[in-house]
Design a protein around this ligand. Structure first.
Ligand SMILES: *[C@@H]1O[C@H](CO)[C@@H](O)[C@H](O)[C@H]1NC(C)=O
Ligand SMILES: *[C@@H]1O[C@H](CO)[C@@H](O)[C@H](O)[C@H]1NC(C)=O
Ligand SMILES: *[C@@H]1O[C@H](CO)[C@@H](O)[C@H](O)[C@H]1NC(C)=O
Ligand SMILES: *[C@@H]1O[C@H](CO)[C@@H](O)[C@H](O)[C@H]1NC(C)=O
Ligand SMILES: *[C@@H]1O[C@H](CO)[C@@H](O)[C@H](O)[C@H]1NC(C)=O
Ligand SMILES: *[C@@H]1O[C@H](CO)[C@@H](O)[C@H](O)[C@H]1NC(C)=O
Length: 627
C-alpha cells in the first residue's frame, strides 16, 4: 500500500517536474518519453526500464551521449514490440541519433514526429508491419533510412531529395507506388526499391544502381531494367553484384540465406522453385486454404511468375526469420545481427558445431548449429519450450533463444569465459597449460553435480540432460562449473556413425538409445572418473590419454590392487589428497553401476561430494566460499 502511494506520488512529482521543463529537454524528459513509450506499446520481452534505475547505465537498449545528459540511441530490435508507436513518445527524444525498432510488429504509421527528429541520422524500422505513407517531414540529418519489409503505401516523398547526407535508402518489400523521384544524392551508396509497385522510368540519377535495386516492380522500366516502351534499346551497364558480407556466416546453408538476404539470381530461382513446390503442396493438401486467403487469386491462377511474390509475402516468411527468445532474456539482437556477427569455432561435437559469436554491439553469445535433427518443427518447439523453462541456476547455462527452419537449427546460449572442462583437463600441455589442481577439480565436480541435480528436479522431476560429457561442462571466470547442452539429445538421431562408441554412454542406452536420469548419473560417473584419472573417454585428434571404456579400465586396475595407479599423475604431485581422491572414486564407481537402479540420484551425489569438500576445507582451512 505504502509502495503504491509512493509510486503515485513519484509519478505526480515527475509529471509536475516535467511540465515546466518540457521545452528545455533533458535526461528526465527523455526518461519520461521512453517510459510513456514502453507503457503504451506492448512488448513480448520485458524491458528492464524502471523509474528508479539509471537510464544511461542500466536500461536495456539505451545509449546516452558522452556527457550522459541525453539519450542518443534507442535500439530495440526483436523485442516483440506490437502495435502503433504513439506520437509524443519517441518523438520527444530530441537528441536522438539512432533509432532501431526493426524486426518487431509495429503497425499503423510511422509518426512524423519521430522521423523528423532533427538530430536523427539512422532509422532502422525494417521488418515491421508499418503502413500509411512515408512522412514527408524527414530529418535532414538522416544518413541511413531503412523502412524495408513493411506495408508502406503511397509515393516516395520528394523531400527525400533534400536529405543530402543520405547513404542508404532501403524501401524494398513495401507497397509503394508512383514514379521514383529524380534523387540527386551524392552520397547514396545503397538503394533498394525492389518489390513495390513503383512505375515509370528509372531516373537518370539512379541508373548507376544494379537491377537488383529495382526488381519486382512490374511497371518500372529503363536502365538497368528493360528499356521503356517506345525507347530505343540501349546496352545496359553491367550491374555490380550487391556487396558481400565478409562474415563467417556466409557458410550458412542456402535456406537461411534465402530467407534473409534473398539475393542474387540463383537464390531467386531457387526461391521460385521452393515456392512452386509449396504452392503445389498447399493446393494438394488443403485446397480450401489457398482460395480462402485474400492472396489466393494468384495462387489459384497458378501463374508461376506472378504468384511467387504474392504468395510468399506476408507473415510466414517474416516469422520464419525470427529468433525465438525465452522470457527473462535481455539480449537485444535479431537473426540478422547474429548472421552478421563475427564467429569463431569453439568446437565440433556430435550434434553440430558451436561458435562464439561477437555481435556488432560487442555482445558475445554462443551459437550452436545443430545437424541431424530428426524432430519435426512441432516436437522441436515443444522440447525447446521445456528446455527454455529451465530457470536460473548458477551451475546451468540457460538457453536464451532458438531458431528453427527446415535447413537450419540454431541455439543461442550465454558465453562462459574459460571454456570447457574437457579443454582444461586435456588441453595441450605443450602450450603451457598448467594441470588443474585437486581443489579446482572438486569444486568443478560439485558445481556440475549441483547443476545436474537442479536439472533433474526440473519439469516435475522428469527433465533429462541426455548428453553429459566434459565438453559440456563450462567453467566461468570464478571457476564455477556450468552445465550446458541439456535436453537436445532427444531431438537427435540416435548415433549411427560410431554405433559401438561407448564414451559416456550407459550400457542400457547403447541398446535402448533412450537417455534417462539414471543414464545421466552414469555419464556423470564417467565424468568424475575422467577428472580423477585425467584420461578421456572419447577419442580426439592428438590425444593419447584416451580410454574407451573408462569404468571398466578403472575397475580392472583397482581390482588387482587398490593402488594409486588410476589417478592422474598431475594430481599425485599434491600431498595428502589421496583419501579424498579415493572417496571421490567411490562416488564415481557408484554412479557407473551397471544396473540403473543401483546408481544414486544426482542429489545424493551432490551430498557425497559436499562431504568430501567439507573435509577438504576442514583440514586445510581454506577460507574460500562454498561455491
Ligand atoms: C537491464 O538489462 C541490461 C542488459 O542486459 C543490463 O546491463 C542492466 O544491468 C539491466 N538493468 C537492470 C536495472 O536490471
Ligand atoms: C528542399 O530544400 C529547399 C531549400 O531548403 C526548399 O526550397 C525545397 O522546397 C525543399 N524541397 C523539398 C522537396 O522539400
Ligand atoms: C500498381 O500500380 C498500377 C499502376 O501503376 C495500378 O494499376 C495497380 O493497381 C497497382 N497495383 C497494386 C497492387 O497496387
Ligand atoms: C533488394 O531487395 C531484394 C528483396 O529483398 C533483394 O532480392 C535484392 O537483392 C536487393 N537488392 C540489393 C541491391 O540489395
Ligand atoms: C519480399 O518480396 C518478394 C517478392 O514479393 C518475396 O519473394 C520475398 O519473400 C519478400 N521478402 C520478405 C522477407 O518478405
Ligand atoms: C499488417 O497490418 C494489416 C493491417 O494494417 C493486417 O491486415 C495484417 O494482417 C498485418 N500483417 C501482419 C503480418 O501482422
Amino acid at each position: 500500500m505504502w509502495h503504491l502511494k509512493l509510486i503515485a506520488f513519484l509519478s505526480f512529482f515527475l509529471l509536475f517536474m516535467h511540465i515546466p521543463c518540457a521545452r528545455g529537454a533533458d535526461l528526465r524528459s527523455d526518461k519520461l518519453a521512453l517510459l510513456a513509450f514502453s507503457a503504451s506499446v506492448p512488448h513480448g520481452r520485458k524491458l528492464n526500464w524502471t523509474r528508479t534505475t539509471q537510464i544511461c547505465t542500466s536500461w536495456v537498449g539505451i545509449t546516452c551521449t558522452r556527457d550522459g545528459k541525453r539519450v542518443r540511441e534507442v535500439r530495440l530490435p526483436a523485442v516483440g514490440l506490437f502495435g502503433p508507436v504513439p506520437p509524443d513518445t519517441l518523438g520527444k527524444l530530441d537528441a536522438l541519433e539512432v533509432l532501431s525498432l526493426r524486426s518487431n510488429r509495429l503497425t499503423v504509421s510511422l509518426p512524423s514526429d519521430v522521423a523528423s527528429i532533427p538530430s536523427l541520422h539512422s532509422l532502422y524500422l525494417q521488418h515491421n508491419n508499418l503502413s500509411g505513407i512515408i512522412p514527408s517531414s524527414l530529418s535532414s540529418s538522416l544518413t541511413f533510412l531503412d523502412l524495408s519489409y513493411n506495408s508502406f503505401i503511397g509515393e516516395i516523398p520528394l523531400e527525400v531529395q533534400n536529405i543530402t547526407e543520405l547513404t542508404a535508402l532501403l524501401l524494398q518489400n513495401n507497397s509503394l507506388s508512383g514514379p521514383i523521384p529524380d534523387l540527386h544524392l551524392p552520397k547514396l551508396k545503397h538503394l533498394n526499391l525492389s518489390n513495390n509497385n513503383l512505375s515509370g522510368p528509372i531516373p537518370p540519377s539512379l541508373q548507376k544502381f544494379p537491377a537488383s535495386s529495382f526488381l519486382g516492380n512490374a511497371f518500372l522500366c529503363g536502365i538497368p531494367l528493360e528499356p521503356c516502351p517506345g525507347t530505343s534499346p540501349s546496352p545496359s551497364p553491367v550491374s555490380p553484384s550487391p556487396p558481400n558480407t565478409r562474415s563467417f556466416w556466409n557458410k550458412l546453408s542456402l535456406g537461411i540465406k534465402i530467407a534473409i538476404f534473398v539475393g542474387g539470381g540463383v537464390a531467386l530461382l531457387l526461391l521460385i522453385i521452393i515456392l512452386l513446390v509449396c504452392i503445389f503442396r498447399r493446393k494438394s493438401v488443403e485446397p480450401g486454404a489457398a482460395s480462402a486467403s485474400s492472396k489466393g487469386k494468384a495462387v489459384a491462377g497458378g501463374r508461376g511468375e506472378k504468384s511467387k511474390g504474392e504468395y510468399s509475402s506476408g507473415i510466414q516468411e517474416a516469422e520464419r526469420n525470427k529468433l525465438f527468445f525465452f522470457e527473462g532474456c535481455s539480449y537485444n539482437f535479431d537473426l540478422e545481427d547474429l548472421l552478421r556477427a563475427s564467429a569463431e569455432v569453439l568446437g565440433k561435437g556430435s550434434y553440430g558445431t558451436t561458435y562464439k559469436a561477437v555481435l556488432e554491439d560487442g555482445t558475445i553469445v554462443v551459437v550452436k548449429r545443430l545437424k541431424e535433427v530428426v524432430a519435426g518443427k512441432k516436437d522441436f518447439e515443444q522440447q525447446m519450450e521445456l528446455v527454455g523453462k529451465v530457470g536460473q541456476h548458477q551451475n546451468v547455462v540457460p538457453l536464451r533463444a532458438y531458431y528453427y527452419s527446415k535447413d537450419e537449427k540454431l541455439l543461442v546460449y550465454d558465453y562462459v569465459q574459460l571454456g570447457s572442462l574437457s579443454a582444461a583437463l586435456h588441453g595441450n600441455k605443450a602450450a603451457g597449460r598448467t594441470p588443474m589442481d585437486w581443489e579446482t577439480r572438486v569444486k568443478i565436480a560439485l558445481g556440475a553435480a549441483r547443476g545436474m541435480a537442479y536439472l533433474h528436479a526440473e519439469g516435475g522431476g522428469k527433465f533429462i540432460h541426455g548428453n553429459i560429457k566434459s565438453s559440456n561442462i563450462l567453467i566461468s571466470q570464478e571457476i564455477n562449473a556450468c552445465v550446458t547442452d541439456f535436453g537436445i539429445a532427444q531431438l537427435m538421431a540416435p548415433p549411427h556413425i560410431y554405433p559401438r562408441l561407448i564414451g559416456y554412454r550407459a550400457p542400457e542406452v547403447l541398446e535402448t538409445k533412450k537417455p534417462t536420469q539414471k543414464s545421466d548419473v552414469y555419464s556423470f560417473g564417467v565424468l568424475l572418473l575422467e577428472m580423477l584419472t585425467g584420461k578421456a573417454p572419447l577419442r580426439s585428434p592428438g590425444r593419447e590419454d584416451f580410454i574407451e571404456h573408462l569404468p571398466r579400465w578403472v575397475q580392472s586396475v583397482v581390482r588387482e590392487e587398490w593402488t594409486s595407479e588410476v589417478f592422474d599423475v598431475d594430481l599425485l604431485k599434491h600431498p595428502n589428497i589421496e583419501d579424498e581422491m579415493v572417496q571421490m572414486l567411490q562416488v564415481a564407481m557408484a554412479c557407473v553401476a551397471v544396473l540403473p537402479d543401483q546408481r544414486p540420484r544426482m542429489e545424493e551425489v551432490v551430498g557425497r561430494i559436499e562431504e568430501i569438500r567439507n573435509s577438504y576445507s576442514d583440514t586445510r582451512t581454506s577460507p574460500e566460499d562454498k561455491i
